[in-house]
Structure formats: C-alpha cells, structure tokens
Ligand binder design. Structure first.
Ligand code: DAO
Ligand code: DAO
Length: 204
C-alpha cells in the first residue's frame, strides 16, 4: 500500500510509490548558495526506482549483503547507466523561483555532468532540454516537477502532472540522476538512503 514520507526541514510530502511499480528510495533537499546570503532551500526531492527493473541487477549483486551493497560504487554506476525506469520528483519550496534562474542553475549543474561524462559541452543536448522551459511557466512554491527515465533512455518531464517534453538521451538521463546519487550529490544523506533502498530491493 502507498504511504507518505515527509522531508523534515520543509514538510514536503512524497508518496512511497509512484508511476506504477516505482518505489521511493530516499528524499533530500536541494539548496542553493547565493553570494553573500545564507543557503536557501530551493526544492525537496524524492528518488524512485522501478522494483522489478532493479531486481534485474540481482544476478550480479544478489549474493552481497545489504551492508556490502550500501558501500558498493559499482552498483551506483550500474543504476546510473542502465535502462532502469526511475523518477525524480521535485517539490518547489522556494517561493520566488523564476525560469531564468532555473535555466542558468540547470546549465551549471546538469551541464557540468554532461561534460564530465562525455568530455564535451554538448550544447545542443542541453538546449534541447532548456528549450522546454518556456518563459511563461510559473513554478510557485508547491509546484511538482517529475523527471523520469523511461524505457529506452527517454527523459520525460512533467510539471504538476502535465507532460512538457520527452528527450531520448542516455547521457542526459544519467547526468540528471547523477545530481541526486552520483559522486557529488546535492544531499549526501539522501544518497545514502537511496543506496540503502536499492540494497534492500536486491535483498528481497
Ligand atoms: O537568485 O533568487 C535567487 C535564487 C535563485 C536560486 C535558483 C536555484 C535554482 C535551482 C534549480 C531549480 C530547478 C527546479
Ligand atoms: O537542481 O540544478 C538542479 C537541476 C534540476 C533539474 C531542473 C529541471 C527543471 C525542469 C523544469 C522545467 C520547468 C520550466
């Protein structure tokens, strides 16, 4: 059955299951440091993975214990890389977000990952995504953005449940997921929970 998890600092709530069989692995906070100001909480996020897709990895990892899996870097690399359905749900908590700052934050965060994984800027790929961010969109506090990796490495974007675009790119999917559970994640504690969640699916 579906319950709810609460991000304690922002009180944002996340259903424990989403999009069919996708199960909540961990929740966290994306902050932003504005020069000369305190960190602001921009959004809370929840990371979900399709149960049966994750179990496809059990041939490789099923013999390891939860505590071994919790530390296993290769597991994270496989989950970033492979064709597993996942969703990252963002809930906006900062009340004065404008599309221009979303675009420039995105170019920095996702752009740096695209460069790290491909060794090139891939400006067209970044622009294919940022061109979805129409100036007329509003993201008031409470807005929900779902970024999901669908079968075949399709990145699907929804705002408050309404689909705004689909882009097929394994590099873009991986670069976005890397923000949440890659090497240098937005929230380290969330990454630990996500990895523990993956481990416990593999141990079932
Ligand atoms: O200058 O008012 C400000 C702070 C803006 C912070 C913007 C951070 C944007 C983070 C990306 C949000 C994606 C939905
Ligand atoms: O937090 O730096 C970050 C990147 C978050 C990904 C932002 C995706 C925003 C998509 C929103 C489109 C709305 C116009």
């Amino acid at each position: 059955s579906t319950g709810t998890a609460v991000e304690p600092k922002t009180r944002a709530t996340f259903p424990t299951a989403l999009d069919g069989g996708r199960r909540l692995l961990g929740i966290g906070l994306r902050k932003n440091c504005v020069l000369g100001m305190k960190d602001i909480n921009v959004y809370a996020f929840g990371v979900y993975a399709d149960d049966s897709d994750v179990k496809k990895l059990s041939e490789k990892y099923g013999m390891l214990s939860v505590s071994e899996l919790k530390e296993n870097k290769e597991l994270i690399a496989d989950v970033l890389d492979q064709d597993l359905c996942m969703t990252v749900r963002l809930q906006i908590v900062y009340g004065r977000l404008n599309i221009r700052s979303v675009r420039s934050a995105f170019e920095k965060s996702v752009g740096s990952r695209i460069k790290k994984f491909s060794g090139a800027d891939n400006k067209e790929l970044l622009q294919s995504f940022t061109s979805l961010f129409k100036d007329e969109y509003k993201l008031p506090r409470g807005s929900v953005i779902d970024l999901s990796r669908e079968r075949g490495y399709v990145l699907r974007t929804r705002i408050d449940g309404k689909e705004v675009g689909r882009i097929q790119s394994s590099l873009l999917c991986r670069s976005i997921l890397d923000l949440y559970f890659g090497e240098d994640p937005f929230d380290r504690r969330a990454k630990e929970d996500i990895q523990l969640g993956l481990a416990s699916i593999l141990q079932k």
